[in-house]
Design a binder for this molecule. Structure first.
Ligand code: 5RP
Length: 217
């Protein structure tokens, strides 16, 4: 089994959780790219979906999955998304694709937030950098305040919300709650990629041909 097969298996397991008539948040990334055809194949009716990125929205449209602006809906029945890393207690690092601002808004609006992952994503301790989305206004001052641990992604265009995508490679990832609080106290940071376990309902990890499910909250 390749990693791509694992992503597909986890995504297919999550697609089974979607039922006709649900409001659904669609994540972003290569794992979610397997979710959308699996949802489309189910032939469900009356779905109302929101997408966390233009790429997901385009793929959903191409598969006939209806996507609407995230204005009319107040709550989502379910949101399903990938992750860059997940710790045993359910903390996530997300934003490898730079979509973490919208991903977090969608996760927070969902009654059930389901994370789908291949077997490389569970870790004992975070190793990935923490993605940040920085407001364009005052960017130079924000970068100066955050220091050399934060670098802009040079090839990544601004997000659909106008923010600049950066990564934090400094200390503190062993205490994600403290690091998240530090980021959230900085007015120049629009979104940071640490997602707390309180946002997460369930994690579906594929290892080879096995699918493991962990309930978090
Ligand atoms: C995008 C994300 C993705 O969910 C995360 O990067 C995982 O991506 P993939 O499924 O391609 O491994 O947070 O911002």
């Amino acid at each position: 089994m390749s990693l791509d097969d694992e992503k597909r298996l986890a995504a297919e397991a999550a697609a089974e959780l979607v039922e006709s008539g649900m409001t659904v948040g669609l994540g972003t990334g290569s794992t979610v790219a397997h979710l959308l055809p699996a949802v489309a194949r189910r032939g469900l009716t009356d779905l109302r979906c929101v997408a966390t990125s233009p790429a997901t929205e385009a793929q959903a449209h191409s598969l006939g999955i209806p996507v609407e602006e995230f204005n009319a809906l107040q709550r989502l029945d379910i949101a399903i998304d990938g992750t860059d890393e997940v710790t045993p207690d359910g903390w996530l690092i997300k934003g490898g694709g730079g979509a973490h601002l919208r991903e977090k808004i969608v996760a927070a609006a969902a009654d059930r937030f389901v994370v789908i992952a291949d077997s490389t994503k569970p870790v004992e301790r975070f190793t990935w950098p923490v993605p940040l989305e920085l407001f364009a206004f005052g960017l130079a001052s924000t970068l100066a305040r955050l220091g050399e641990d934060v670098t802009l992604r040079p090839e990544t265009p601004p997000s659909p919300d106008g923010g600049l995508i950066a990564d934090y490679r400094g200390p503190g990832r062993d205490d994600p709650a403290a690091l998240a609080a530090r980021f959230e106290a900085d007015p120049g940071i629009a979104a940071q990629g640490l997602f707390p376990p309180t946002l997460v309902s369930e994690i579906i990890v594929a290892r080879g041909s096995e699918v493991e499910r962990t309930t978090i909250g």
